[in-house]
Write a protein that binds this ligand. Structure first.
Ligand code: NAP
Length: 180
C-alpha cells in the first residue's frame, strides 16, 4: 500500500455528516477539497480519491465521478453498479493494489486521498501509510450522526490558516502529519 492522505471537514465534536450528507454548506471548503485532491506535480498525472459507497451516493449525480481524479468506491457488493471509469474495490488494500496493477493507470498516479465517510476514515486511520491529514475545522456542533476518529495522539499540527469566515460559518484549514 502506498502512503496516502486523508481530507476531511469536521466540527468541534469531530462530526462529519448528518442524514447521509454534509451538515453545512461551505463553498470555500468545496473549492479547497477540489484544489487539494486535483493538483499534481506533473500535469500528466492524476490523483486517486477513495470513498465509501455511502459517500459516493451522497454526491449529487451531476458531480460524480469527481472530475480529473481517479474515483474508487469501496463496497462489499460485487454487483454494485458504477459508471464506466469508476473503480470498485472490496477492501482498502484492494483499492491500492488493483490500481497499481491496472495498465491503463500504470505510472499515471500521483497521490492517494481517502475522502470518507466515517467507516472508511476509521479503517484508513489505523494504517501507518496514512501520513497526512488535511482538516477543515468548522466551529460549532452540527448534531452530526457520523464522526471522525480521534487523531491528536498520533498526528501533530504542521500548518494552519488564520480563522476564516463564510456567512455564519467560522472555519480554519489545518494540516497534520503522523508522528508515530
Ligand atoms: N465532512 C467530510 O469531510 C465528509 C467526507 C465524506 C463523507 N462525509 C459524510 O459521511 C457520511 C457517510 O459516512 P458512512 O460512514 O455512513 O459511510 P461511508 O464510509 O461513506 O460508506 C460506508 C460503506 O462503504 C463500504 N465499506 C465500508 N468499509 C468497507 C471495507 N473495508 N471494504 C469494502 N467496503 C467497505 C460499505 O458499502 P456496502 O454497504 O455497499 O458494502 C459501507 O456501507 C455522510 O453523511 C457523508 O456526507 C463527510
Amino acid at each position: 500500500m502506498s502512503d496516502f492522505s486523508i481530507i476531511v471537514a469536521l466540527d468541534e465534536q469531530k462530526g462529519i455528516g448528518k442524514d447521509g450528507g454534509l451538515p453545512w454548506h461551505l463553498k470555500a471548503d468545496l473549492q479547497h477539497f477540489k484544489t487539494i485532491t486535483t493538483k499534481t506535480a506533473d500535469p500528466q498525472q492524476r490523483n486517486v480519491v477513495i470513498m465509501g459507497r455511502k459517500t459516493w451516493e451522497s454526491l449529487p449525480e451531476r458531480f460524480r465521478p469527481l472530475p480529473d481524479r481517479v474515483n474508487v468506491v469501496l463496497t462489499r457488493d460485487s454487483n454494485y453498479p458504477l459508471p464506466e471509469g469508476v473503480f470498485r474495490a472490496g477492501s482498502l488494500d484492494q483499492a491500492f493494489s488493483s490500481l497499481k496493477g491496472d495498465t491503463r493507470l500504470f505510472g499515471d498516479i500521483d497521490s492517494f486521498f481517502v475522502i470518507g465517510g466515517q467507516q472508511i476514515f476509521e479503517e484508513a486511520m489505523k494504517r501507518p501509510q496514512c501520513q497526512h491529514l488535511y482538516c477543515t475545522h468548522i466551529e460549532g456542533d452540527f448534531q452530526c450522526d457520523t464522526f471522525f476518529p480521534d487523531f491528536q495522539q498520533e498526528f501533530q499540527l504542521i500548518e494552519t490558516s488564520s480563522k476564516l469566515q463564510e456567512g455564519a460559518l467560522s472555519y480554519q484549514f489545518s494540516q497534520y502529519k503522523r508522528t508515530t
